[in-house]
Ligand binder design. Structure first.
Ligand code: SF4
Ligand code: SF4
Length: 328
């Protein structure tokens, strides 16, 4: 097993046992993990049922259970840095070039950089096209950050020392040469932000351009919004952007998709789909959530916020890559 860093021992030792975290934990609700138990008994197996939503750390007044459980999971799984990271810089292998042949050619701009993140590079590479087209429609040239890599959030990277993880983040910051860099995933924004590297989610960047968004041809859709755990705090911005496209927001509740934690994810996805029942389509703030929703049997169609903006500008090219069709 990889050893727990001493600061994680300190995080666990700071737990006062109030169990406030347990009350808000979506995994605990369905018989999964108890953050309190993991903190109290250093229970690694329990921690493997954590879906990483961060609700526990939002309510804890004394310590950071989510971070501790991240390390406990890495310890339990005897995590190793992924081979694909060593060879490609991403925790999951990037998609083959085949998809490029299917997406029409597009020209990147150079006003702002985009950090795609592992899920986009590996599973939803068409979102890069959507983001470039969305920004172009608003008069902003967007290009991919040169030599970008994983944001270093995934569990296996917990086996690295902090300075080593930070090194990758600082290299990315240097490659931007002072230009703004946006993410398509608020999890990347959070992870980089922990090391002082500022890279806002596209919603916090584009909310400054509502006037330009309102001038696009627009869409006529009833939409639900599932921001993903890390982007929940940006809901106000996401709603403003969605409404500026002409879409009607149905005002749904929202929450965690459960990621790939078996026994928990099916129940949470059923909750998510039920709360979006009134909508034509679900707008996502998170590529990882989008992957899970688009693979959910019988689920609603989903599109990333970048795709909604591209659609509002008249470009629906990326819809053909979705498993669940959005019939316009
Ligand atoms: S982790 Fe925080 S919220 Fe949970 S039991 Fe400990 S002190 Fe309470
Ligand atoms: S991150 Fe979410 S699932 Fe994990 S322990 Fe905290 S509240 Fe529970």
């Amino acid at each position: 097993m990889c050893a727990l860093p001493s600061f994680v021992e300190d995080i666990m030792a700071s737990c006062l046992g109030c169990r406030r975290c347990e009350k808000v934990c979506p995994s605990f609700k369905y018989g999964g993990c108890s953050p309190w138990l993991s903190m109290l008994e250093r229970d690694n197996a329990n921690a493997t049922m954590c879906i990483g939503c961060g609700k526990c750390s939002e309510v804890c007044k004394h310590t950071d259970p989510k971070l501790a459980l991240l390390y406990l999971r890495a310890e339990y799984l005897n995590a190793q840095v992924p081979e694909s990271f060593e060879s490609t810089g991403y925790s999951i292998p990037p998609a083959s070039d085949e998809w490029k042949e299917k997406v029409p050619a597009y020209t990147e701009g150079n006003d702002v950089y985009m950090l795609p993140g592992c899920i986009v590079q590996g599973r939803l590479p068409y979102l890069k096209y959507a983001a470039v087209k969305a920004f172009q429609a608003l008069g902003i040239g967007l290009g991919e950050l040169p030599e970008n890599t994983c944001c270093m959030y995934p569990v296996p990277f917990r086996v690295m020392e902090e300075p080593e993880r930070n090194e990758y983040k600082y290299k990315m910051r240097a490659k931007a040469h002072g230009k703004d860099t946006v993410t398509l995933c608020a999890g990347c924004t959070d992870e980089l932000g922990r090391s002082g590297v500022y890279a806002p989610h596209i919603c916090t960047y584009l909310v400054k351009y509502l006037d330009r968004i309102r001038k696009l041809p627009g869409v006529k859709l009833k939409v639900a919004i599932e921001p993903g755990c890390s982007a929940e705090r940006y809901m106000k911005d996401i709603i403003a952007i969605v409404e500026a496209t002409g879409a009607e927001y149905v005002g749904n509740a929202y929450g965690c998709c459960g990621k790939n934690v078996k026994g928990i994810n099916d129940k949470l996805m059923a909750e998510r789909e039920a709360e979006c029942a009134e909508a034509d389509v679900i707008v996502m703030g998170c590529p990882n959530c989008q992957w899970f929703y688009d693979n959910y049997e019988g689920g609603k169609p989903v599109i990333h916020l970048a795709e909604l903006l591209a659609m509002a500008a008249g470009d629906t090219e990326t819809l053909k890559f979705h498993r669940i069709p959005l019939n316009l």
